[in-house]
Ligand binder design. Structure first.
Ligand code: PLP
Length: 383
């Protein structure tokens, strides 16, 4: 059976151009810290990648620190800057990824105060709420660019301006936007986390952008790699893959059209409710809840039909508490567990036949689950 992979917000397939690049460079085995020619060969590759990535986001090469991925980058950004500040207050949104929320929960145990800025029903942060949450004790504001569950795009430029005015550091988790939406760090971003595997590169590689002048301490100490900010022998092939992935021609417009077509049909299903803003949402996302059914059951049935979707974020799908993001936008009790997330990939545009098959399978399986559910939808979808 042909598989249709619709879980690209969890991870993406490694692009064929990236595989080709890795094949060509697999022989580069030197330790980039070695002073001989074999080591230098690896070092040159890393520095070429750093330069290219820096240019892509309007940064200087020395402002890019390679990490093992965005979980590490977020830990580094938050803990590394707080270690250098005597202020003990952090502002985040209520829909951050666990790789920010859990760090903050941990920091709470060490005397830090956390303010959670709520989002509106559309899943968007109001910059005025960020301004209100900032106090004289605030060291850092961390607001993600695009939400991983509902795809909403946050007004980070306005938030960055507010942070600058208040002399507070601004960090953004740009995992779900990097490579998809143009980002220029000169909009006022002090720190930015990125992960390779969300943009068709390898897993286990990412970076933290750190604006020159930001005081930050390393979390991982050792041999002094990455300007003594992140020790450990660099993931050379991973870094090469990340630099290659940013070159790839992404068909965002075509993906947007495909998303719109699938979405238009799915919202007609009785009891369907689209989550997240219709306008301020990444072109590749559909997060939709169905009244009174179990998202997990739908996921399993679709998997049997060869369609891979998610019920939320892959990182929290092992937690049964219900999505904190869906709760934040107040989807309602009857919709909370009946949620699925479809995330498309701009390097792998769906055919019309695939779109039709996805729509048909979701419609039929929602109908099947609704029939056996004790909760019957009796309202209107509002469409
Ligand atoms: N932040 C966001 C918004 C994510 O979607 C993810 C991955 O799901 C992460 C952070 C963690 O990234 P990584 O898998 O590179 O640690």
């Amino acid at each position: 059976m042909e598989k249709i992979y619709l879980d690209n917000a969890a991870t993406t397939e490694v692009a064929k151009e990236v595989i080709e690049e890795i094949k060509n460079k697999i022989g580069i085995y030197g330790n980039p810290s070695s002073r001989h020619s074999i080591g230098k060969e690896a070092k040159i590759e890393i520095e070429k990648a750093r330069e290219k990535i820096a240019k892509f986001i309007g940064a200087k090469p020395e402002e890019i620190v390679f990490t093992s991925g965005a979980t590490e980058s977020n830990n580094f950004a938050l803990k590394g800057t707080l270690m250098n500040s005597n202020k003990k207050h952090i502002v985040i949104s209520s829909i951050e990824h666990p790789a920010v929320i859990e760090i903050c929960e941990d920091l709470k145990k060490h005397g830090y105060k956390i303010s959670y800025v709520n989002v509106n029903k559309e899943g968007i942060v109001d910059p005025r709420d960020v301004a209100k949450a900032i106090t004289k004790e605030t060291a850092l504001v961390s607001i993600m660019h695009v939400n991983n569950e509902i795809g909403t795009i946050q007004p980070i430029e306005e938030i960055a301006k507010i942070c600058k005015k208040n002399k507070v550091l601004f960090h953004t988790d740009a995992v779900q936007s990097f490579g998809k939406i143009k980002i220029d760090v000169n909009m006022g971003i002090d720190l930015m986390s990125v992960s390779g595997h969300k943009i068709n590169a390898l897993k286990g590689v990412g970076f933290l952008y750190i604006r020159k002048g930001v005081k930050i301490s390393p979390l991982i100490k050792g041999g002094g790699q990455e300007g003594d900010l992140r020790s450990g022998t660099e993931n050379v092939l991973g870094i090469i893959s990340l630099a290659k992935a940013i070159d790839l021609k992404r068909k965002s417009e075509e993906v947007g059209k495909s998303r719109d077509r699938i979405e238009k049909e799915l919202i007609k299903i009785p009891g369907a409710k689209l989550n997240g803003s219709r306008e301020k949402r990444i072109y590749s996302n559909i997060t939709i809840s169905f009244y009174g059914i179990e998202g997990e059951s739908l996921q399993m049935l679709l998997d049997e039909a060869g369609i891979c979707i998610s019920t939320g974020s892959a990182c929290s799908s092992h937690k049964l508490a219900g999505s904190h993001v869906l709760k934040a936008i107040d989807v309602g009790e009857m919709y909370l567990n009946g949620n699925i997330r479809i995330s498309l990939d701009s390097l792998n545009v769906l055919s019309k036949k695939q779109e039709d098959y996805i729509i048909k399978e979701i419609k039929e399986n929602v109908e099947r689950l609704t029939k056996i559910s004790p909760f019957k939808f009796g309202g209107s979808n509002g469409i």
